[in-house]
Design a protein around this ligand. Structure first.
Ligand code: GLA
Length: 390
């Protein structure tokens, strides 16, 4: 739906009057560095040109009205009563953002607002539709309240919504990529210090192709929180010997020396994945910078194998997508991206092989899992703001 129609729909729903403001917040794809963020490590995501549009107008009566082009649920609440309500579905995300705003220093008053959103991130694809909505609403409330949050503060606020309101103990990668993305660049982010660097995604002759397992999933009832807990447990054993704050403070050499301290084989495997994945993430950035794309691709494959064998978050659909991708001509690397257990894979594919890739992987996947996949060519966008993507 284009912006004009979206504004028209807004006027139908909420009435005419002052021209509403239009904001955009992207989705994200992570190129490498998976399940490292909540372990203080490196991630390497980029923001995408698909995301969530928000048409919004401030109100003065403390009433919040929320509507979405994608979902039927419409909600009208008072800024004084923002309790989580299961029946409110998607609208809990904007409500949670408003709650976190009221906790900021100075306790900004939520003015009330009308909001219509339209997302074009495929649902449940693991491309961060939830972070996209939360960062969108945080950006809007930042503009309406004059709270003056920086991009990083906006990302952190959106992450607190997941922790405190939605109940997912996620890391900071998604919100950071969505709030801080830069067109044409991926972000090398160290998740404990939030130090980051923009790295040009310069791959002449190659495209980033995302494929969707289309497997229904929800982070809240997935293994995600279980993995977070397993990593914390593994960390607590290593801390007995090593002066560390997080798993990614451990280098592979020390891990090999001290891994016997972690009694549970499953927790040991989770830690092994995290520590080696962290190495792969920064090695892959060097490879990309130096134009060694083959090396980048190999690191992606090693990442997937580790997520499959050690972290156990791939499942038959993602494995099928990646295996089919790697068997296709012109592919230099492929892996699952995001939390896993469904969601998407990402592959680096020679530009002139993309059509063949789509045909071949599409057929192979459907044959193996019994339902079709869907492909998206990634275009890397700027982070959230009032400017719209090109
Ligand atoms: C989800 C979470 C992120 C990150 C990834 C896995 O996308 O929201 O914080 O942990 O999974 O890398």
């Amino acid at each position: 739906m284009d912006i004009l129609s979206l504004k028209g729909r807004f006027a139908d729903l909420f009435g005419g009057g002052d021209d509403p403001r239009v904001f955009f917040s992207p989705g994200r794809v992570n190129l490498i560095g998976e399940h490292t963020d909540y372990n203080g490590g490196y991630v390497f995501p980029c923001a995408l040109t698909f995301g969530t549009y928000g048409v919004a107008r401030e109100r003065s009566d403390g009433v919040i009205r929320l509507a979405s082009v994608n979902f039927d649920t419409r909600v009208e609440v008072s800024a004084d009563d923002l309790r989580y309500d299961k029946a409110h579905g998607w609208a809990n995300n904007p409500k949670g953002v408003a709650v976190e705003f009221t906790k900021l220093p100075g306790h900004p008053k939520i003015p009330g607002f009308d909001l219509l959103i339209h997302g074009n991130i495929p649902s449940a694809s693991g491309l961060s539709s939830s972070a996209s909505v939360c960062v969108l609403v945080a950006t809007i409330l930042n503009a309406f309240t004059g709270a003056g949050l920086s991009g990083i503060e906006t990302a952190l606020l959106a992450q607190r919504v997941e922790h405190n309101y939605i109940g997912v103990n996620c890391g900071i990668m998604d919100q950071f990529a969505v709030a801080m993305g830069k067109a044409g660049h991926a972000i090398l982010l160290k998740c404990d210090t939030l130090k980051y660097e923009y790295v040009p995604v310069d791959m002449p002759g190659y495209k980033i192709v995302i494929a969707n397992t289309k497997k229904p999933r929800a982070l809240t009832d997935s293994k995600y929180n279980e993995r977070v807990y397993e990593c914390q447990a593994a960390l607590s054993y290593l801390k007995n010997r090593l002066p560390i704050q997080s798993l990614c403070d451990v280098n592979p050499r020390d891990f090999e020396l001290y891994k016997h301290l972690i009694p549970s084989p499953a927790q040991r495997s989770r830690a092994e994945h995290v520590i080696y994945e962290n190495e792969r993430a920064f090695m892959s950035v060097d490879a990309l910078r130096e134009g060694r794309l083959d090396e980048f691709g190999k690191l992606m494959i090693a990442s997937h194998n580790s997520l499959r064998d050690l972290y156990e978050v791939t499942g038959p659909e993602l494995d099928a997508l990646v295996e089919e991708s790697l068997a296709a001509p012109g592919v230099i690397g492929a892996r699952m991206t995001g939390a896993g257990m469904g969601g998407c894979s990402v592959a680096i594919v020679a530009e002139d092989a993309v059509n063949g890739f789509i045909r071949r992987v599409g057929e192979g996947y459907e044959r193996r899992v019994g339902h079709p996949t869907e492909f998206y060519i990634a275009d890397i966008a700027d982070g959230a703001g009032e400017a719209l993507p090109e």
